[in-house]
Design a protein around this ligand. Structure first.
Ligand code: PMV
Length: 361
């Protein structure tokens, strides 16, 4: 299948629900491979596109890619084996093709040079809202770089994944690819003028249990981001006020996380969900799951990611509360992912020195 970018033919095969690549029959060790972290945005998705700070945490699920160079000049073929929400791979196929073309270009590769077979899997399910696209882009960029012996720094991988994110989000903030590249808990602020984005590591006393609840609806982040931008243009005063409020909330949330005041973090998540409702990115199902999580004791809950479908995140410190909330979500027929935010330092990669970071080209 010919993809929409003119750089190289890219084929994405049908989804095969065969589980993560880790059981790969591929000659692991002889092919390039790489991973990217999944993530939850704890505060300020959408606002972050407009220069408001956001807080994001990697989760312990990752996308993993293998890349093998072929002798034939067939461009890139991707076998997407991620376990996902029904329809996710299918609905994202065109955007994935576009993203691959953008990645090749950002890596300085041309059609003549590239003939690769890529296999995509890992433990991160293909749910909307948990950074599946960014994690897969980072995994693929790392796998291709390793296979082609390109010595790319994490900073460059992040830049490549940012280019890929444009296919999925239109005008991405860069928060997803940053979390996918570096992992951990991150304070992120996009430099709207094109300068250096702010990327700062945050730390918490210990990792905290969360539940991710999936509405099962595949969301189109690009359309959601474009919708917010259009409404902001029509209602500048209202959106400027909302952006200011969201900025104030992020500052409070950062302090609460650093003080490990989880009750306060939860309350601020609830507040952030109300703000996200005001910019019309929630949905009936998202509100339902948010209410359900709160009723079952979550310290706070909100939509996470692009909204309009996709996932909610509930703060559920401790295994018992996490299980209560996850089980309640599952009883209602939705999928729940039990994971943690604020992973240990050993699982992170160093972020670029503050102030030096420049995302994009
Ligand atoms: O839906 P996701 O996981 O791709 O998250 C999108 C987050 C947005 O803030 C809506 C867009 C962005 O690039 O920051």
């Amino acid at each position: 299948m010919q993809h929409s970018c003119s750089l190289a033919p890219v084929t994405v095969t049908e989804k095969v629900l065969s589980g993560p690549c880790d059981n790969s029959p591929w000659r692991v060790g002889q092919t390039g491979q790489g991973s990217g972290f999944g993530k939850v945005i704890l505060f300020n998705e959408h606002f972050v596109v407009h220069g408001v700070p956001g807080i994001v945490s990697a989760i312990d699920s990752t996308a993993h890619a293998y890349a093998e160079a072929r002798k034939t000049g067939d461009g890139i073929t991707v076998r997407d084996e991620r376990k996902g929400a029904e329809g996710y791979t299918e609905q994202k196929k065109l955007q994935q093709q576009d993203s691959l073309g953008r990645m090749l270009k950002a890596m300085g590769l041309s059609r003549e040079e590239v003939s690769l077979e890529i296999r995509l899997g890992g433990t991160l399910p293909g749910f909307s809202g948990i950074g599946a696209s960014a994690a897969s882009s980072v995994a693929i960029a790392r796998a291709v770089a390793e296979e082609l012996k390109l010595d790319l720094s994490d900073e460059k991988i992040n830049d490549v994944a940012y280019e890929a994110e444009k296919a999925y989000a239109g005008t991405p903030s860069g928060i997803d690819n940053t979390a996918a590249t570096y992992g951990g808990l991150i304070w992120f602020k996009k430099a709207l003028g094109g300068g250096a984005n702010t990327i700062e590591r945050l730390s918490v006393t210990e990792p905290v249990e969360i539940v991710i609840g999936n509405t099962g609806t595949v969301a189109d982040t690009k359309a959601m981001v474009a919708g917010v931008a259009a409404r902001k243009k029509t209602n500048p005063a209202q959106y400027d006020r909302l952006c200011q409020q969201a900025e104030g909330l992020a500052i409070k949330a950062r302090r609460a996380l650093e003080d490990f005041d989880l009750r306060q973090v939860g309350e601020l998540m609830n507040e952030n969900h109300s703000q996200l409702k005001e910019i019309h990115v929630s949905s009936k199902e998202l509100d339902y799951l948010v209410d359900l999580a709160r009723e079952h004791g979550a310290f706070g809950a909100k939509l996470t990611g692009g909204g309009g479908g996709g996932c909610v995140v509930a703060l559920t410190p401790g295994k018992t509360l996490q299980e209560d909330v996850a089980a309640a979500i599952e009883r209602e027929g939705f999928q729940a992912l039990r994971t943690k935010i604020g992973r240990r330092k050993s699982e992170e990669k160093p972020v670029p020195a503050e102030g030096r970071k420049k995302i994009g080209f």
